[in-house]
Design a protein around this ligand. Structure first.
Ligand code: GLC
Length: 817
């Protein structure tokens, strides 16, 4: 073969099909194609002729199998479901996929290939290992596919850099890049999500590489228009997601890897953090400050200094003499406490430290290949590391959270779980990373090497934590925050993007970074507002907090050496900007909470790139600095100093300015908008109903008011369903929900607004309903339920007709005359 792209052909010797799968036998290996669902096919290729055993901790769920019809014709094997087909060329072993109407995609350029790989070739850094462990860990398997020229490639998990990853080589290996401001590189970071979607007008498809080993995608970098999938572990195993839209791909991906959790309502409020609010007095003063300054706040995070010598699940009794009293004092102000928990358990045996002792007694910690306990250094110096692949260990770890629950802690922040380990105490010179050797065995049966499970360390720690909280406090939804994650972690935790810096570039990179994660099934994401490393400053903080009000997870956090970074640390102007931004966050919570429910139902990310809502507009694919917040809003953040106006591309449809109520125009069209500090542009799509609450200091206060801001489109009808529940329990799973359907006729048909009677068993507390219908000019009058309304007003500034009624849960119809 002259063409360096092609692995040798791999003719099929014979094939057999079952109801849901088809297996072809080749001289070197087996290839199996399975219908996991009508819109999801799984392809596995094992050069050894043996497929890997299922793993108990696999991030991929078992779905009820779907039927696959198989027939041979013209030297090809055709395998079809109702939604997707695959074609295997029997002489070459190459596979292609196609839509039901025959449009091909993800076409192999050749059969899969494999060979033994050396450690250096992988680009894996920071390992003490000089070689990969013998056996399947060394067998690299891959395949090359044609990239259609008009496809954009999106998703690819947590990394910096651009949204569209064409021309990039992207690897998957969780790592703590501890350098201040990991910058705009595209390397693997704390999390690994080996999944992407290819988007072109009319067709989006997705791929999930089912490998927890070191793996990667070369997206047309090595060879133009050639996509290479590769993984260690001796087997190629991937799922093809039929789409045909980005929303459908995320739905398919989260059907496979689990739907995102539904956070408790308080977790959507504002969180204030710092390394560290280190004493009872600091924490109480902080909470009082928020309340005195009337800046809404729902959670304070306690970083590592609350612990006794960084021993997890202990308290430093000098700093926090009575932790339960500290937590209760916050609770009295409507503020929850979140505590950090690191995986490294201080190697402290024989001194009465129960966590280390019970861990050794239960044999829950990792052991080196020679059988000795593995230890490395983290905050508490020499530490032991739980094996989260073991179910027994996860159970033990989950139960340890009982001590925090008793104190009244509401959320748990899992950090350093890539895991991040060094070779000596941090205070000594020459500190070097010291990862877990690849040949360490993990799992209840010692079934897997660390080389296979490394990427799951944080994922399974988050799972153990969530499951522990759920067992310990079954009536309330757990809330877990994690730094490391894999595909599927969305079932158990929100995540933040680790240690960014107080720089404009870091604000900027958060836009595509969080948008990419949303496409990978992880909607509950945010970054440290203000920046972690370095000293933040007024303009940057102001811009960041106005933007951060829209992050699905909104937390401000800073390094121990950074100057104060609370909302009031930059003077009165920025304090007032921060207050307004956070107040807006709280007003938008009914909308955001509905978005959280939608994410929970279908994976739909609430922070998403334009291509998610407009996949047929190829000219919008590259836009990274406009973000859709659910289907109804779009923000246009400011990413650089000094800017006070900006250019915006209006996507198709008619658009309104959320701040002024003005109708901005109809897209596609460019537009320039003013963007004074504190007022980044926020746009609303015609045909929307944005639900706003009153300003509250925390979600513990009742919602006294529900405002429906109604924006008719010119031509299209708009629909929205507000979703509510008690915000705290699992009762919504048994019907304790309130769903309210809204319909808004287009301006061309009179902009009639219809509110359906509330569905479901949850009853919101009594409140006023404010209907605000945005119209080009004041109507002559309004009728509500066929009766002329006497008491309405025209808000000339915001161009809205406003009516107030008691929220009686009944259907209503508002007609402008
Ligand atoms: C890590 C975390 C950071 C935390 C610090 C101390 O750097 O990413 O958020 O403040 O550890 O616990």
């Amino acid at each position: 073969m002259d063409d360096p792209l092609l692995a040798p052909p791999m003719p099929a010797l014979d094939w057999v099909s079952e109801a849901t799968a088809c297996v072809t036998r080749h001289e070197h290996g087996l290839l199996r194609l399975e219908a996991v669902a009508p819109d999801i096919l799984r392809l596995r290729f094992a050069p050894s002729g043996r497929f890997a055993a299922p793993r108990p901790w696999s991030p991929v769920l078992e779905l009820p199998p779907a039927g696959l019809s198989v027939h041979e014709e013209d030297g090809r094997l055709w395998m079809e479901t109702e939604r997707l087909s695959a074609r295997l060329d029997l002489s070459s072993g190459a596979v292609s996929f196609a839509t039901p109407d025959g449009r091909p995609f993800a076409e192999d350029l050749c059969a899969p290939g494999w060979r033994e790989v050396a450690l250096e070739e992988t680009g894996l850094q920071h390992l003490p290992d000089t070689e990969l462990p013998p056996g399947e860990a060394r067998i690299g398997v891959g395949v090359r596919k044609r990239m259609a020229q008009d496809e954009g490639y999106f998703g690819f998990g947590q990394r910096d850099g651009r949204l569209d990853r064409r021309h990039r080589r992207l690897t998957h290996w969780t790592v703590d890049r501890a350098a201040p401001g990991h910058g705009l590189g595209e390397d693997n970071l704390y999390q690994a999500q080996p999944t992407f979607m290819a988007v072109r007008p009319g067709l989006t498809w997705g791929l999930l590489l089912n490998s927890t080993w070191f793996s990667g995608f070369d997206v047309g970098r090595e060879y133009e228009d050639v996509l290479t999938l590769f993984t260690l572990g001796g087997e190629l195993d991937y799922y093809i997601l039929a789409g045909p839209t980005p929303a459908a791909v995320v739905e398919q991906l989260t059907r496979l890897t689990g739907r995102p959790l539904l956070p408790p309502l308080w977790a959507l409020g504002f969180h204030q953090s710092r390394w560290s609010y280190g004493t009872d007095r600091d924490v109480r003063a902080l909470a009082e400050d928020f309340r005195q300054r009337a800046i809404p706040l729902d959670a304070i995070h306690l970083d590592i200094d609350y612990m006794d010598g960084y021993r997890v699940f202990t308290w430093d009794r000098e700093r926090f003499p009575e932790p339960a009293a500290t937590v209760a004092a916050l609770q009295a102000l409507g503020i929850r406490t979140v505590t950090i928990v690191d995986p490294g358990v201080k190697h402290d045996l024989g001194t009465g430290y129960g966590v280390a002792e019970s861990g050794v007694a239960g044999d829950y910690f990792l052991r080196r290949p020679d059988g000795e306990l593995f230890s490395g250094w983290v905050w508490p110096d020499e530490s032991l590391f739980p094996d989260f692949c073991s179910e027994r260990t996860r159970h033990w770890w989950g139960d340890l959270h009982g001590s925090l629950i008793e104190i009244g802690v509401d959320g748990v922040w899992c950090d350093m779980n890539e895991p991040s380990i060094v070779d000596r105490p941090y205070r000594e010179p020459g500190v070097t990373e010291f990862p877990i050797p690849l040949a360490v065995r993990q799992g209840d049966e010692g079934e897997a090497l660390h080389a296979e499970t490394h990427n799951l360390y944080g994922h399974l720690m988050a799972r153990a934590t969530w499951e522990g909280l759920e067992r310990l406090r079954p009536a309330r939804r757990p809330w877990v925050l994690t730094r490391s994650a894999f595909v599927g972690t969305q079932r158990w935790a929100a995540s933040w993007m680790g240690d960014n810096s107080a720089r404009w570039e870091d604000l900027e990179t958060s836009l595509p970074q969080l948008a990419s994660l949303g496409l990978c099934g992880a909607p509950h994401v945010g970054v440290d507002i203000g920046g972690f490393y370095g000293h933040s400053f007024g303009e940057l903080y102001g811009r960041w907090i106005e933007l951060g009000a829209f992050y699905p997870f909104m937390r401000a956090h800073a390094h121990c050496d950074s100057r104060p970074q609370e909302p009031w640390s930059f003077g009165p102007e920025i304090e007032s900007i921060a207050r307004q931004a956070i107040e807006l966050r709280y007003r938008l919570l009914p909308y955001f909470y509905t978005l959280a429910h939608r994410a929970h139902r279908s994976g739909e990310p609430w922070w998403r790139p334009l291509l998610f809502d407009f996949p047929d507009q190829a000219d919008l694919y590259a836009i990274e600095d406009q973000i859709m917040i659910g289907p109804q809003m779009m923000i246009a953040p400011i990413r650089a100093p000094g800017l006070r106006r900006r250019l915006i591309e209006l996507p198709p449809g008619c658009w309104y300015d959320f701040r002024s109520g003005a109708r901005l125009g109809v897209g596609p069209a460019p537009l320039v908008m003013d963007a004074p500090l504190g007022a980044m542009p926020i746009l609303v799509r015609g045909g929307s109903v944005i639900t706003l609450g009153n300003v509250r200091q925390s979600t513990a206060e009742p919602l006294g008011e529900l405002m429906l801001e109604i924006y008719p489109d010119d031509e299209a009808e708009g629909f929205w369903t507000l979703i509510e529940d008690d915000g705290e329990s699992f009762d919504y799973q048994d019907g304790a929900l309130a769903e309210t359907d809204c319909r808004i006729a287009p301006l061309s048909q009179g902009a009639v607004f219809t509110l359906a009677a509330r569905r479901g068993e949850y009853r919101p507390a009594p409140r006023t309903l404010i209907l605000r219908l945005h119209l080009p000019e004041a109507p002559a009058g309004l009728t509500l339920d066929e009766t002329a309304v006497e008491d309405w007003r025209w808000d000339a500034e915001l161009r809205a007709a406003e009516v107030r009624i008691d929220d009686d849960g009944q259907g209503h119809r508002l007609v402008p005359a």
